[in-house]
Design a protein around this ligand. Structure first.
Ligand SMILES: [Zn+2]
Length: 325
C-alpha cells in the first residue's frame, strides 16, 4: 500500500475510534433508492440501504430531524443520534425505503421539488449518467457544444463531471435540455424508480407514520446562480405548492445541489424558512454563512461502519467539505 494510502487508513481508524469513544451524531442525506444499482455515487440500492440502516440502528438512535436540529440549536449533545433525510422525493423512497423505515420506527424528512413531482420527468443529472456509458454519442456532443465543453469521450467520468458542472454554472442547474437531448436515464431500462414521486404518491408517503415533507424549491435550479428575486420565487412557490397539497409540511429548505449564497440565506428568511440544509457534513463551505445545517451524504459506497468517524467531532474539525451530487 502507498504511504498516502496508509495515512488515510490510519486517519480513518483514528476518527472512527474517536467517534466511538467521544461520540458522533448528525443528519444523513440520501437521494434515490432503487431496485437495481444505478449512479452509486448518489443513489443506493434497496438491499444496501436496508443493510446500512440496520447496522446504523445498532449503534445510533434515529430521531426526527426537528428534534435533532433543536438539540443542536440548544447546544445539547447530538452524540448517538441520527436523523434521516431524502432529497428530491424519488418514487423509490415510497416503494422501498418508507415501508422498511416504518417497520423499524424510523422517522424521515423528504425534500420535495414541486415541478419535478408535477411532471415526473427524469432529473437531468440522472440522464447525464448516459455520458459515463459513452452514449448517445451524437447527442452528448451536441450538449457539450451548447454548453461550451470540449469533447472528452476517452475520459467518460471527467467528461460527465465537466458537463455536470457546466449545467450548474451556465444554465443555473436548469437541465431540461439535457433530458431533451439525451433521453431517459440508463436505469429506466429496469423500471422507473428514478423519477420523482407524483402528488398522489406523495399523499401515500405522507400517510405513513413518521414521514414529513420540506421544501426543495419550485424547479431545482441552483439558487446560488440566480438573482435574489428568482431565489425568493423558487423558495416561496416551492413551499406554497407543498403547503397547498399536504399537511405534514415543515418550513425548512434543502438547498438544491447544496449551493447557496448570502442572497439565498436572505431569500429563505423572507420565505419564512426556519432551517436550511446543505450537504456538508463538516464545517460548512461557507463558514461565514451560519444558515446551513450540515448533513452527511450517504451513497451506495458509504461504509456504514465509517459513519461514526465521518460524523465525529474530530472529523468535523479536520475536514472542510465533501462533494455530493
Ligand atoms: Zn436535490
Amino acid at each position: 500500500m502507498s504511504r498516502a494510502g496508509s495515512v488515510k487508513r490510519l486517519y480513518r481508524w483514528v476518527t472512527r475510534v474517536s467517534g466511538r469513544m467521544l461520540g458522533a451524531g448528525g443528519i444523513l442525506a440520501y437521494h434515490g433508492i432503487g431496485r437495481v444499482r444505478f449512479a452509486p455515487g448518489m443513489h443506493v440500492q434497496e438491499e444496501v440501504f436496508r443493510q446500512q440502516i440496520a447496522e446504523l440502528q445498532r449503534r445510533f438512535r434515529f430521531i426526527a430531524l426537528g428534534d435533532l436540529v433543536e438539540r443542536m440549536e440548544g447546544g445539547e449533545s447530538i452524540d448517538g443520534y441520527l436523523a434521516l433525510t431524502f432529497d428530491d422525493a424519488y418514487v423509490g423512497v415510497l416503494r422501498y425505503a418508507a415501508p422498511f423505515l416504518v417497520d423499524r420506527g424510523i422517522p424521515a424528512t423528504v425534500f420535495v421539488t414541486a415541478e419535478a413531482s408535477e411532471s415526473q420527468a427524469p432529473f437531468w443529472w440522472d440522464s447525464l449518467e448516459l455520458v459515463r456509458e459513452g452514449g448517445p454519442a451524437g447527442s452528448v456532443a451536441r450538449l457539450a457544444a451548447e454548453l461550451g465543453v470540449l469533447a472528452l469521450e476517452e475520459h467518460p467520468d471527467l467528461y460527465h463531471e465537466r458537463l455536470r458542472r457546466a449545467v450548474l454554472e451556465r444554465w443555473a442547474g436548469q437541465g431540461e435540455r439535457v433530458v431533451e437531448l439525451l433521453g431517459s436515464p440508463p436505469a429506466t431500462r429496469f423500471g422507473d424508480d428514478w423519477r420523482a414521486a407524483g402528488p398522489e404518491e406523495l399523499e401515500r408517503l405522507e400517510a405513513l407514520p413518521g414521514m414529513q415533507f420540506a421544501g426543495h424549491t419550485l424547479t431545482h435550479r441552483s439558487l446560488a446562480h440566480l438573482s435574489a428575486e428568482e431565489q425568493e420565487r423558487e423558495i416561496q412557490e416551492g413551499q406554497a405548492w407543498l403547503e397547498r397539497r399536504f399537511s405534514k409540511v415543515v418550513p425548512w429548505l434543502g438547498y438544491p445541489y447544496g449551493l447557496y449564497t448570502e442572497d439565498t440565506v436572505r431569500a429563505a428568511g423572507v420565505a419564512g424558512i426556519r432551517y436550511s440544509f446543505a450537504i456538508e457534513p463538516y464545517r460548512p463551505a461557507r463558514p461565514d454563512l451560519p444558515a446551513a445545517v450540515p448533513r452527511l451524504c450517504m451513497t451506495e459506497n458509504t461504509d456504514s461502519s465509517a459513519v461514526e468517524g465521518r460524523l465525529s467531532a474530530l472529523h468535523r474539525i479536520v475536514k472542510r467539505r465533501v462533494r455530493c451530487p
